[in-house]
Ligand binder design. Sequence first.
Ligand SMILES: *Cc1c(COP(=O)(O)O)cnc(C)c1O
Length: 443
Amino acid sequence: MNLLQKLPKIDKLLSMSCFEGLNVELLTSIARAYVDELRSDILSNKITSLDENAITDEILRIYKEKTSSSLQPLINATGVIIHTNLGRCPLSEEIFEKAKKISCGYSNLEFDMKSGKRGERYEHVRKQLCALLDVEDVLVVNNNASAVFLVLNSLAKGKNAIVSRGELVEIGGNFRIPDVMRQSGVKLKEVGTTNKTKLSDYENSIGKKTALLMKVHRSNFSQSGFTQTTSYEELIALAKKKDLIDYIDVGGAYVESLPKSISDVELDLKQILKLKPSLVSFSGDKLLGSVQCGIIVGKKKLIKKLKQNQLLRMLRVDKITLCLLEETIKAYLEGKTELLPLFELLRRDEEKLKQICLDVQKLLPKNSCEVVKTSSFVGGGTMPDKLLPSYALYIKGDAKTLQEKFRKAGIIGRIDKERFLCDVKSIQEKELAEFSEKLKELV
Ligand SMILES: *Cc1c(COP(=O)(O)O)cnc(C)c1O
Protein backbone atom coordinates (compact mmCIF):
# COMPACT_ATOMS: atom_id res chain seq x y z
CA MET A 1 0.00 0.00 0.00
CA ASN A 2 3.01 2.21 0.46
CA LEU A 3 3.37 2.43 -3.28
CA LEU A 4 -0.14 3.88 -3.64
CA GLN A 5 0.82 6.79 -1.43
CA LYS A 6 3.75 7.42 -3.70
CA LEU A 7 1.50 8.05 -6.70
CA PRO A 8 1.96 11.68 -7.69
CA LYS A 9 -0.80 14.20 -6.97
CA ILE A 10 -2.18 15.52 -10.25
CA ASP A 11 -1.86 19.23 -9.32
CA LYS A 12 1.71 18.82 -8.25
CA LEU A 13 2.56 16.72 -11.24
CA LEU A 14 1.17 19.21 -13.73
CA SER A 15 2.98 22.16 -12.20
CA MET A 16 6.30 20.63 -13.25
CA SER A 17 8.31 22.68 -15.71
CA CYS A 18 8.33 19.97 -18.38
CA PHE A 19 4.59 20.49 -18.88
CA GLU A 20 4.80 24.24 -19.29
CA GLY A 21 2.94 25.73 -22.23
CA LEU A 22 0.86 22.64 -22.92
CA ASN A 23 -2.93 22.48 -23.12
CA VAL A 24 -3.90 22.14 -19.43
CA GLU A 25 -7.28 20.54 -19.99
CA LEU A 26 -5.94 17.81 -22.23
CA LEU A 27 -2.88 17.29 -20.06
CA THR A 28 -5.03 16.90 -16.93
CA SER A 29 -7.19 14.28 -18.53
CA ILE A 30 -4.18 12.32 -19.81
CA ALA A 31 -2.44 12.52 -16.41
CA ARG A 32 -5.60 11.42 -14.54
CA ALA A 33 -6.11 8.46 -16.81
CA TYR A 34 -2.48 7.42 -16.56
CA VAL A 35 -2.31 7.74 -12.78
CA ASP A 36 -5.56 5.73 -12.53
CA GLU A 37 -3.98 3.05 -14.65
CA LEU A 38 -0.93 2.97 -12.41
CA ARG A 39 -3.16 2.72 -9.36
CA SER A 40 -4.94 -0.35 -10.65
CA ASP A 41 -1.62 -1.88 -11.73
CA ILE A 42 -0.34 -1.43 -8.18
CA LEU A 43 -3.49 -2.98 -6.73
CA SER A 44 -3.17 -5.99 -8.99
CA ASN A 45 0.55 -6.25 -8.25
CA LYS A 46 1.49 -5.69 -11.88
CA ILE A 47 4.05 -3.10 -10.81
CA THR A 48 6.16 -2.98 -7.72
CA SER A 49 8.00 0.32 -8.04
CA LEU A 50 7.37 3.87 -9.29
CA ASP A 51 9.72 6.24 -11.06
CA GLU A 52 8.59 9.85 -11.28
CA ASN A 53 10.67 10.57 -14.41
CA ALA A 54 9.19 7.61 -16.19
CA ILE A 55 5.71 8.86 -15.28
CA THR A 56 6.25 12.35 -16.70
CA ASP A 57 7.91 10.90 -19.80
CA GLU A 58 4.96 8.66 -20.45
CA ILE A 59 2.46 11.49 -19.99
CA LEU A 60 4.45 13.63 -22.41
CA ARG A 61 4.61 10.79 -24.90
CA ILE A 62 0.82 10.30 -24.81
CA TYR A 63 0.31 14.06 -25.11
CA LYS A 64 2.56 14.24 -28.17
CA GLU A 65 0.90 11.23 -29.73
CA LYS A 66 -2.51 12.85 -29.36
CA THR A 67 -1.55 16.29 -30.58
CA SER A 68 1.07 15.89 -33.31
CA SER A 69 -0.03 16.08 -36.96
CA SER A 70 -0.95 12.79 -38.44
CA LEU A 71 -0.41 13.75 -42.07
CA GLN A 72 3.23 13.93 -43.01
CA PRO A 73 5.09 14.47 -46.27
CA LEU A 74 6.71 11.42 -47.84
CA ILE A 75 9.08 10.73 -50.69
CA ASN A 76 7.39 8.36 -53.09
CA ALA A 77 10.09 5.97 -54.27
CA THR A 78 7.64 3.23 -55.24
CA GLY A 79 7.77 4.23 -58.90
CA VAL A 80 3.96 4.39 -58.97
CA ILE A 81 3.19 7.94 -60.04
CA ILE A 82 -0.52 8.11 -59.24
CA HIS A 83 -0.37 6.33 -55.89
CA THR A 84 -3.76 6.43 -54.16
CA ASN A 85 -2.32 5.53 -50.75
CA LEU A 86 0.25 8.30 -51.04
CA GLY A 87 -2.21 11.00 -52.06
CA ARG A 88 -2.43 10.44 -55.84
CA CYS A 89 -1.26 13.51 -57.78
CA PRO A 90 1.28 15.95 -56.43
CA LEU A 91 0.33 19.58 -57.10
CA SER A 92 2.66 22.33 -58.16
CA GLU A 93 3.57 25.04 -55.70
CA GLU A 94 2.93 27.63 -58.36
CA ILE A 95 -0.65 26.49 -58.79
CA PHE A 96 -1.06 26.22 -55.04
CA GLU A 97 0.26 29.74 -54.61
CA LYS A 98 -2.42 31.07 -56.96
CA ALA A 99 -5.09 29.27 -55.03
CA LYS A 100 -3.76 30.51 -51.70
CA LYS A 101 -5.26 33.96 -51.86
CA ILE A 102 -8.73 32.59 -52.58
CA SER A 103 -8.42 29.93 -49.88
CA CYS A 104 -7.17 32.23 -47.16
CA GLY A 105 -9.65 35.04 -47.65
CA TYR A 106 -13.19 35.71 -48.80
CA SER A 107 -14.13 35.23 -52.43
CA ASN A 108 -17.09 35.24 -54.81
CA LEU A 109 -17.59 31.51 -54.26
CA GLU A 110 -21.38 31.85 -54.26
CA PHE A 111 -21.71 35.52 -55.03
CA ASP A 112 -22.69 37.06 -58.34
CA MET A 113 -20.45 40.03 -59.04
CA LYS A 114 -22.82 41.56 -61.59
CA SER A 115 -26.01 41.58 -59.55
CA GLY A 116 -24.46 41.59 -56.09
CA LYS A 117 -26.77 38.70 -55.20
CA ARG A 118 -26.29 35.06 -54.41
CA GLY A 119 -24.32 33.30 -57.12
CA GLU A 120 -23.57 29.75 -58.21
CA ARG A 121 -20.67 27.79 -56.76
CA TYR A 122 -20.66 25.49 -59.79
CA GLU A 123 -20.19 28.35 -62.26
CA HIS A 124 -16.52 28.76 -61.44
CA VAL A 125 -14.58 26.10 -63.32
CA ARG A 126 -17.45 25.54 -65.74
CA LYS A 127 -16.37 28.01 -68.41
CA GLN A 128 -12.77 26.82 -68.52
CA LEU A 129 -13.68 23.14 -68.58
CA CYS A 130 -16.25 23.70 -71.32
CA ALA A 131 -13.62 25.53 -73.33
CA LEU A 132 -10.98 22.88 -72.79
CA LEU A 133 -13.20 19.88 -73.50
CA ASP A 134 -15.71 21.38 -75.93
CA VAL A 135 -18.73 20.13 -73.98
CA GLU A 136 -22.14 21.69 -73.29
CA ASP A 137 -21.91 21.68 -69.53
CA VAL A 138 -19.87 20.59 -66.51
CA LEU A 139 -20.47 19.74 -62.86
CA VAL A 140 -17.71 19.14 -60.33
CA VAL A 141 -18.31 17.01 -57.21
CA ASN A 142 -16.22 15.52 -54.43
CA ASN A 143 -14.69 12.60 -56.34
CA ASN A 144 -15.54 10.31 -59.20
CA ALA A 145 -17.24 7.83 -56.89
CA SER A 146 -19.75 10.51 -55.92
CA ALA A 147 -20.10 11.48 -59.58
CA VAL A 148 -21.19 7.92 -60.41
CA PHE A 149 -23.61 7.90 -57.48
CA LEU A 150 -25.10 11.28 -58.38
CA VAL A 151 -25.59 10.42 -62.05
CA LEU A 152 -27.27 7.10 -61.30
CA ASN A 153 -29.42 8.44 -58.49
CA SER A 154 -30.54 11.52 -60.42
CA LEU A 155 -31.26 9.90 -63.76
CA ALA A 156 -32.12 6.26 -63.18
CA LYS A 157 -33.55 5.91 -59.66
CA GLY A 158 -36.39 3.39 -59.59
CA LYS A 159 -35.49 2.30 -63.11
CA ASN A 160 -32.77 0.12 -64.50
CA ALA A 161 -29.36 0.71 -66.00
CA ILE A 162 -27.70 -1.74 -68.34
CA VAL A 163 -24.03 -2.64 -67.80
CA SER A 164 -21.81 -5.31 -69.32
CA ARG A 165 -20.86 -8.23 -67.02
CA GLY A 166 -17.27 -7.59 -68.02
CA GLU A 167 -17.38 -4.09 -66.52
CA LEU A 168 -18.80 -4.73 -63.05
CA VAL A 169 -15.53 -3.66 -61.50
CA GLU A 170 -14.30 -3.07 -58.01
CA ILE A 171 -12.05 -0.02 -57.74
CA GLY A 172 -9.71 0.00 -54.73
CA GLY A 173 -11.25 0.71 -51.35
CA ASN A 174 -14.50 -1.19 -51.83
CA PHE A 175 -16.05 0.87 -54.60
CA ARG A 176 -18.02 -1.82 -56.40
CA ILE A 177 -20.19 -0.85 -59.33
CA PRO A 178 -23.04 -3.30 -58.49
CA ASP A 179 -23.16 -2.06 -54.88
CA VAL A 180 -23.06 1.59 -55.88
CA MET A 181 -25.95 1.00 -58.26
CA ARG A 182 -28.04 -0.69 -55.62
CA GLN A 183 -27.38 2.05 -53.10
CA SER A 184 -28.24 4.75 -55.58
CA GLY A 185 -31.65 3.13 -56.06
CA VAL A 186 -30.97 1.82 -59.53
CA LYS A 187 -31.63 -1.71 -60.66
CA LEU A 188 -28.60 -3.19 -62.35
CA LYS A 189 -29.29 -5.12 -65.51
CA GLU A 190 -26.21 -7.15 -66.38
CA VAL A 191 -25.74 -8.13 -69.97
CA GLY A 192 -23.30 -10.25 -71.94
CA THR A 193 -20.76 -12.56 -70.35
CA THR A 194 -17.55 -11.91 -68.46
CA ASN A 195 -15.45 -11.90 -71.60
CA LYS A 196 -17.90 -10.89 -74.34
CA THR A 197 -20.61 -8.28 -74.59
CA LYS A 198 -22.12 -7.42 -77.94
CA LEU A 199 -24.24 -4.48 -78.94
CA SER A 200 -27.19 -6.83 -79.40
CA ASP A 201 -26.88 -7.84 -75.72
CA TYR A 202 -27.62 -4.25 -74.74
CA GLU A 203 -30.29 -3.89 -77.39
CA ASN A 204 -32.16 -7.02 -76.36
CA SER A 205 -32.26 -6.02 -72.70
CA ILE A 206 -33.74 -2.60 -73.19
CA GLY A 207 -37.20 -2.54 -71.68
CA LYS A 208 -39.83 -0.11 -70.46
CA LYS A 209 -37.96 0.49 -67.21
CA THR A 210 -34.57 1.11 -68.79
CA ALA A 211 -33.25 4.62 -68.21
CA LEU A 212 -29.58 4.40 -68.95
CA LEU A 213 -26.84 2.48 -70.74
CA MET A 214 -23.63 2.60 -68.76
CA LYS A 215 -20.05 1.80 -69.62
CA VAL A 216 -17.35 1.56 -66.98
CA HIS A 217 -13.67 1.75 -67.80
CA ARG A 218 -11.96 -1.36 -66.49
CA SER A 219 -9.22 0.77 -64.97
CA ASN A 220 -7.52 -1.74 -62.72
CA PHE A 221 -7.64 -4.95 -64.71
CA SER A 222 -7.44 -6.08 -68.29
CA GLN A 223 -8.66 -9.02 -70.32
CA SER A 224 -6.98 -10.89 -73.09
CA GLY A 225 -7.86 -13.90 -75.20
CA PHE A 226 -11.33 -14.47 -76.51
CA THR A 227 -12.93 -11.14 -75.70
CA GLN A 228 -15.32 -8.63 -77.19
CA THR A 229 -16.65 -5.33 -75.96
CA THR A 230 -19.04 -2.82 -77.43
CA SER A 231 -17.39 0.38 -78.57
CA TYR A 232 -18.31 3.74 -77.09
CA GLU A 233 -19.49 4.82 -80.51
CA GLU A 234 -21.92 1.92 -80.88
CA LEU A 235 -23.28 2.32 -77.38
CA ILE A 236 -23.83 6.05 -77.77
CA ALA A 237 -25.60 5.50 -81.11
CA LEU A 238 -27.83 2.83 -79.60
CA ALA A 239 -28.79 5.08 -76.68
CA LYS A 240 -29.67 7.85 -79.08
CA LYS A 241 -31.76 5.53 -81.23
CA LYS A 242 -33.72 4.27 -78.21
CA ASP A 243 -34.00 7.70 -76.59
CA LEU A 244 -31.99 6.61 -73.53
CA ILE A 245 -29.11 8.19 -71.66
CA ASP A 246 -25.61 6.85 -72.22
CA TYR A 247 -23.17 7.36 -69.38
CA ILE A 248 -19.49 6.49 -69.40
CA ASP A 249 -17.44 6.30 -66.22
CA VAL A 250 -13.98 6.68 -67.75
CA GLY A 251 -12.10 6.66 -64.42
CA GLY A 252 -8.85 8.43 -65.17
CA ALA A 253 -8.91 9.42 -68.82
CA TYR A 254 -6.29 11.86 -70.06
CA VAL A 255 -6.64 15.21 -71.80
CA GLU A 256 -3.07 16.24 -72.50
CA SER A 257 -1.00 14.37 -75.03
CA LEU A 258 1.10 11.80 -73.23
CA PRO A 259 4.06 9.65 -74.21
CA LYS A 260 2.93 7.01 -76.67
CA SER A 261 3.51 4.16 -74.24
CA ILE A 262 0.68 5.57 -72.14
CA SER A 263 -1.65 7.00 -74.75
CA ASP A 264 -1.75 3.66 -76.55
CA VAL A 265 -3.57 2.00 -73.69
CA GLU A 266 -5.44 4.71 -71.83
CA LEU A 267 -8.59 6.58 -72.82
CA ASP A 268 -8.23 9.87 -74.62
CA LEU A 269 -11.02 11.95 -73.13
CA LYS A 270 -11.27 14.32 -76.08
CA GLN A 271 -11.70 11.43 -78.50
CA ILE A 272 -14.56 10.06 -76.42
CA LEU A 273 -16.18 13.47 -76.12
CA LYS A 274 -16.11 13.91 -79.88
CA LEU A 275 -18.68 11.10 -80.01
CA LYS A 276 -21.06 13.43 -78.13
CA PRO A 277 -21.98 11.06 -75.27
CA SER A 278 -24.84 12.09 -72.94
CA LEU A 279 -22.59 12.11 -69.84
CA VAL A 280 -19.03 11.19 -68.94
CA SER A 281 -17.37 11.33 -65.53
CA PHE A 282 -13.75 11.09 -64.43
CA SER A 283 -11.41 11.76 -61.50
CA GLY A 284 -9.59 15.06 -61.04
CA ASP A 285 -6.57 13.46 -59.40
CA LYS A 286 -5.71 10.69 -61.83
CA LEU A 287 -4.40 11.48 -65.31
CA LEU A 288 -5.79 15.01 -65.22
CA GLY A 289 -3.08 15.77 -62.67
CA SER A 290 -5.12 17.90 -60.31
CA VAL A 291 -6.88 17.80 -56.98
CA GLN A 292 -9.36 15.19 -55.69
CA CYS A 293 -12.72 15.74 -57.36
CA GLY A 294 -15.14 14.11 -59.76
CA ILE A 295 -15.87 15.89 -63.02
CA ILE A 296 -19.09 15.23 -64.89
CA VAL A 297 -19.38 16.58 -68.43
CA GLY A 298 -22.02 16.34 -71.12
CA LYS A 299 -25.50 17.44 -72.09
CA LYS A 300 -26.79 20.59 -70.48
CA LYS A 301 -30.28 19.31 -69.79
CA LEU A 302 -28.92 16.28 -67.93
CA ILE A 303 -26.45 18.29 -65.87
CA LYS A 304 -29.38 20.52 -64.95
CA LYS A 305 -31.17 17.48 -63.53
CA LEU A 306 -28.07 16.56 -61.52
CA LYS A 307 -28.03 20.06 -60.06
CA GLN A 308 -31.64 19.71 -58.96
CA ASN A 309 -30.88 16.62 -56.89
CA GLN A 310 -30.71 17.36 -53.13
CA LEU A 311 -27.85 14.90 -52.94
CA LEU A 312 -25.55 17.39 -54.66
CA ARG A 313 -25.46 19.38 -51.42
CA MET A 314 -23.81 16.39 -49.74
CA LEU A 315 -21.27 15.96 -52.50
CA ARG A 316 -20.34 19.57 -52.99
CA VAL A 317 -16.77 20.66 -53.43
CA ASP A 318 -14.93 23.11 -51.29
CA LYS A 319 -13.50 26.43 -52.52
CA ILE A 320 -9.95 25.13 -52.16
CA THR A 321 -10.72 22.29 -54.55
CA LEU A 322 -12.45 24.63 -56.97
CA CYS A 323 -9.62 27.10 -57.19
CA LEU A 324 -6.93 24.42 -57.48
CA LEU A 325 -8.92 22.80 -60.25
CA GLU A 326 -9.50 26.12 -61.97
CA GLU A 327 -5.78 26.88 -61.95
CA THR A 328 -5.03 23.40 -63.33
CA ILE A 329 -7.48 23.84 -66.19
CA LYS A 330 -6.01 27.27 -66.91
CA ALA A 331 -2.58 25.67 -67.19
CA TYR A 332 -4.01 23.29 -69.81
CA LEU A 333 -5.69 26.13 -71.72
CA GLU A 334 -2.52 28.19 -71.72
CA GLY A 335 -0.43 25.22 -72.85
CA LYS A 336 1.54 25.26 -69.62
CA THR A 337 1.12 21.66 -68.50
CA GLU A 338 4.76 21.65 -67.44
CA LEU A 339 3.35 23.37 -64.36
CA LEU A 340 1.72 20.08 -63.37
CA PRO A 341 4.08 17.69 -61.56
CA LEU A 342 2.23 14.69 -63.02
CA PHE A 343 3.51 15.57 -66.48
CA GLU A 344 6.99 16.36 -65.27
CA LEU A 345 7.07 12.80 -63.91
CA LEU A 346 5.39 11.09 -66.85
CA ARG A 347 7.53 12.79 -69.48
CA ARG A 348 10.99 11.97 -68.18
CA ASP A 349 12.68 9.43 -70.42
CA GLU A 350 14.80 6.46 -69.43
CA GLU A 351 18.07 8.31 -70.03
CA LYS A 352 17.03 11.05 -67.65
CA LEU A 353 15.93 8.58 -64.97
CA LYS A 354 19.18 6.66 -65.28
CA GLN A 355 21.16 9.88 -64.95
CA ILE A 356 19.24 10.81 -61.78
CA CYS A 357 20.12 7.44 -60.25
CA LEU A 358 23.78 7.75 -61.22
CA ASP A 359 23.97 11.24 -59.72
CA VAL A 360 22.54 10.06 -56.42
CA GLN A 361 24.70 6.94 -56.39
CA LYS A 362 27.82 9.11 -56.63
CA LEU A 363 26.98 10.66 -53.27
CA LEU A 364 26.72 7.31 -51.48
CA PRO A 365 29.41 4.98 -50.13
CA LYS A 366 30.90 2.61 -52.71
CA ASN A 367 29.09 -0.73 -53.08
CA SER A 368 26.16 0.39 -50.94
CA CYS A 369 23.83 0.43 -53.92
CA GLU A 370 23.44 -0.38 -57.60
CA VAL A 371 21.61 1.41 -60.38
CA VAL A 372 19.11 -1.01 -61.93
CA LYS A 373 16.71 -0.85 -64.84
CA THR A 374 13.18 -1.60 -63.76
CA SER A 375 9.57 -0.80 -64.56
CA SER A 376 6.59 0.45 -62.63
CA PHE A 377 2.88 1.09 -63.01
CA VAL A 378 1.34 4.50 -63.50
CA GLY A 379 -1.18 3.55 -60.81
CA GLY A 380 -4.37 5.14 -59.57
CA GLY A 381 -6.52 2.62 -61.37
CA THR A 382 -5.08 3.61 -64.69
CA MET A 383 -3.33 1.43 -67.19
CA PRO A 384 -3.62 -1.92 -65.43
CA ASP A 385 -1.29 -3.84 -67.69
CA LYS A 386 1.07 -1.11 -68.73
CA LEU A 387 4.49 -1.01 -67.17
CA LEU A 388 6.54 2.09 -67.74
CA PRO A 389 10.31 1.72 -67.99
CA SER A 390 12.20 3.20 -65.09
CA TYR A 391 15.43 3.20 -63.11
CA ALA A 392 15.95 2.57 -59.43
CA LEU A 393 18.62 2.47 -56.78
CA TYR A 394 18.90 -1.05 -55.44
CA ILE A 395 20.02 -0.62 -51.85
CA LYS A 396 22.11 -3.56 -50.63
CA GLY A 397 21.02 -5.38 -47.53
CA ASP A 398 18.01 -7.19 -46.13
CA ALA A 399 15.06 -5.86 -48.14
CA LYS A 400 12.43 -5.98 -45.38
CA THR A 401 14.67 -4.30 -42.83
CA LEU A 402 15.64 -1.58 -45.28
CA GLN A 403 12.07 -0.96 -46.33
CA GLU A 404 11.06 -0.36 -42.73
CA LYS A 405 14.08 1.78 -41.95
CA PHE A 406 13.44 3.95 -45.00
CA ARG A 407 9.74 4.19 -44.22
CA LYS A 408 10.52 5.54 -40.76
CA ALA A 409 12.67 8.19 -42.44
CA GLY A 410 9.83 9.14 -44.80
CA ILE A 411 10.93 7.31 -47.94
CA ILE A 412 8.55 4.70 -49.32
CA GLY A 413 10.33 2.23 -51.59
CA ARG A 414 9.34 -1.17 -52.92
CA ILE A 415 10.64 -4.71 -52.79
CA ASP A 416 11.27 -6.50 -56.05
CA LYS A 417 12.70 -10.05 -56.06
CA GLU A 418 13.96 -9.65 -52.48
CA ARG A 419 15.73 -6.43 -53.39
CA PHE A 420 14.82 -3.10 -51.83
CA LEU A 421 14.42 -0.53 -54.61
CA CYS A 422 14.08 3.24 -54.57
CA ASP A 423 12.47 3.91 -57.95
CA VAL A 424 13.07 7.50 -59.03
CA LYS A 425 10.21 7.60 -61.55
CA SER A 426 7.86 9.00 -58.91
CA ILE A 427 10.30 11.43 -57.29
CA GLN A 428 10.01 15.05 -58.39
CA GLU A 429 13.06 17.02 -59.43
CA LYS A 430 12.72 19.37 -56.47
CA GLU A 431 12.67 16.46 -54.01
CA LEU A 432 15.94 14.98 -55.22
CA ALA A 433 18.19 16.99 -52.91
CA GLU A 434 16.23 15.91 -49.86
CA PHE A 435 16.11 12.33 -51.15
CA SER A 436 19.91 12.23 -51.55
CA GLU A 437 20.45 13.75 -48.12
CA LYS A 438 18.26 11.15 -46.48
CA LEU A 439 19.90 8.33 -48.41
CA LYS A 440 23.32 9.48 -47.26
CA GLU A 441 22.16 9.13 -43.68
CA LEU A 442 20.40 5.82 -44.21
CA VAL A 443 22.92 3.68 -46.11
C1 LIG B 1 -10.87 5.60 -59.94
C2 LIG B 1 -12.18 5.23 -60.49
C3 LIG B 1 -13.36 5.56 -59.79
C4 LIG B 1 -13.33 6.25 -58.47
O1 LIG B 1 -12.84 7.54 -58.62
P1 LIG B 1 -12.43 8.41 -57.31
O2 LIG B 1 -12.06 9.73 -57.88
O3 LIG B 1 -11.31 7.69 -56.67
O4 LIG B 1 -13.63 8.49 -56.44
C5 LIG B 1 -14.57 5.21 -60.36
N1 LIG B 1 -14.62 4.55 -61.53
C6 LIG B 1 -13.51 4.23 -62.23
C7 LIG B 1 -13.66 3.50 -63.53
C8 LIG B 1 -12.25 4.55 -61.73
O5 LIG B 1 -11.15 4.21 -62.41
